[in-house]
Design a protein around this ligand. Structure first.
Ligand code: GLN
Length: 510
């Protein structure tokens, strides 16, 4: 059994697409070799569910379309989905015992849009239970391992997605980001990931965690590959009441992100030798405080210098509520989670306890058995902050601070800068088990990603270096933009990736 998938010879979705269209290889051959490779890397625990028959059926359908010249932009491209997207056929568990064995009768919009474009899914990827976590250690089915160091976490909650891309098992994967879960694992696994503006990608069929924060986004090696997925996934969906039709008069239509990307690249090219001439990069002083490890700070600084050589200007800005984003998020997200998770009561959805005396005991036993400790912790916090007597002091107060955080970003974008850059995580990936004694230690590591989520802004992570010789693991650079600037962010990241090769390093051959 070969453990190198055929797609690993192609460095981008575009080049693989060309080979498929020229029929140099078939979608079926690609899928079969990717399935073998995924199986050979069982040690990563990246996949929760594979079904070769379903995958090969998708590949055959892609081959038919390719042969007829009618194929979509992603025909035959091997991808996989975070296990919080519902999928017809494959199990959908949100990495929880509560949903073990659940098979959805429908596909999430993200899943169906990618499938319509011809992408071939290898299966469902591990994550933190109900997407709650920063290290992928909260999966009921065991942690995913970081392909760069099997004793390290891959980041969370979309850890399986980032690990599968970093290990080369798929060209790209879907993830979700409520407070950083696309950006963090991308950073810690040395791959690229983008969370778009809230409302850009439909949440229909995405298992809800914090509904005012949840947003889907892709993970891949290159910014250009992210473009391929994000452009396909995005666009208004009437089945999601928070899906945007327009933003500032711009239509949330499929194709918008690609059009913006192309227009930005064109204007960069017109800039001659300095493609990013005039781009103002805001660097928040609060992102470089005492909590940031020196190796991460140094890699981010080097990346900023690279941007300066491309013509960008650096401006110092302030996001004064950066630290406050932690308590604000950890009030709002659990509050929403406690409401979203009330449906898992052993009757409407989810695991039902085998033994109980009455209805109340059935519900409480089912929930106690079905949910893991972190999920139970969030439900406790959420119901507490929403309860009579504490609602004003916590939930309402958090909503007020959330508005101030939104204003801080708008202040920066209206007067000082075009994009904001900084670290994604305070340190490189920790060892699995490091935070076991103090579950809230993980919460603090979200300090650089939460504000963006509370504000609903688009942001991405791209690889920008490695940690100290004692722990030479990948480091991510965060690029944050104003609403609906995904295409622009991707074009800026692409420019950086044209002059650096961090995104091309793979575990084992750094
Ligand atoms: N670490 C954050 C949390 O646990 C964010 C997770 C996410 O974005 N899904 O809530």
């Amino acid at each position: 059994m070969s453990s190198t998938p055929l797609h690993s010879e192609f460095d981008s979705i575009q080049s693989l697409r060309t080979a498929l269209q020229e029929r140099k290889l078939s979608a079926r051959e690609l899928a079969a070799s990717a399935l073998d490779a995924a199986q050979a890397r069982n040690d990563l625990n990246a996949f929760l569910h594979v079904d070769p028959a379903l995958t090969l059926a998708q590949a055959d359908a892609a081959d038919k379309l390719l042969a007829s010249g009618q194929a979509g932009t992603l025909a035959g491209i091997p991808i996989a989905h975070k296990d919080v997207f519902t999928t017809q056929g494959w199990r959908t568990t949100a990495a929880s015992k509560m949903l073990a064995g659940y098979i959805s009768p429908f596909d999430a919009t993200v899943v169906s849009r990618l499938q319509q474009a011809g992408a071939v899914s290898l299966g469902k990827l591990n994550c933190d239970e109900f997407a709650m976590g920063s290290g992928n250690e909260n999966s009921a089915f065991g942690p995913t391992k970081n392909p760069w160091d099997l004793t390290a976490v891959p980041g969370g909650s979309s850890g399986g997605s980032a690990a599968a891309v970093a290990a080369g098992l798929v060209m790209a994967a879907t993830g979700t980001d409520t407070g950083g879960s696309v950006r963090q694992p991308a950073a810690l696994c040395g791959v690229s990931g983008i969370k778009p503006t809230y409302g850009t990608v439909s949440r229909f069929g995405m298992i809800a965690y914090g509904s005012s924060l949840d947003q889907a986004g892709p993970i891949a090696r290159h910014a250009k590959d992210l473009l391929e997925l994000l452009d396909t996934m995005s666009g208004f969906d009437p089945r999601d009441s928070t899906s945007l039709e327009t933003c500032d008069g711009i239509e949330n239509a499929p194709g918008r992100i690609r059009a913006d990307f192309n227009a930005t690249i064109q204007s960069q090219n017109a800039g001659g030798g300095k493609p990013l001439a005039g781009l103002r990069i805001g660097v928040p002083t609060e992102f470089f405080n005492g909590g940031l490890a020196s190796d991460v700070a140094a890699a981010v600084e080097a990346a900023l210098q690279t941007f300066e050589t491309l013509g960008a200007l650096r401006v110092s800005i302030s996001l004064p509520r950066t630290e406050l984003s932690i308590p604000t998020y950890y009030v709002i997200a659990p509050a929403e989670a406690s409401s979203n998770l009330s449906r898992y009561d052993g009757v409407r959805y989810g695991h039902r306890a085998a033994q109980y005396r009455d209805l109340a005991e059935m519900t409480s036993r089912s929930r106690t058995e079905g949910f893991g400790p972190e999920v139970l912790r969030r439900i406790m916090v959420g119901t507490y902050v929403l309860s009579h007597g504490y609602y004003d002091a916590y939930y309402l107060q958090a909503q007020r601070v959330r508005r101030m955080i939104v204003n801080d970003f708008q202040q920066a974008f209206s007067h000082q800068c075009d994009v904001i850059m900084g670290p994604v995580t305070p340190t490189v990936a920790k060892h699995i088990g490091d935070n076991r004694e103090d579950p809230t230690a993980d919460w603090l590591a979200d300090v650089y990603t939460l504000g963006v989520s509370l504000a609903g802004l688009p942001a991405m992570s791209i690889p920008c270096g490695f940690g100290s010789p004692q722990r030479p693991l990948p480091i991510g650079l965060q690029i944050i933009g104003n609403y609906f600037s995904e295409g622009r962010l991707l074009a800026i990241a692409d420019r950086f990736q044209q002059v650096t090769d961090w995104h091309q390093r793979t575990p084992g051959q750094k």
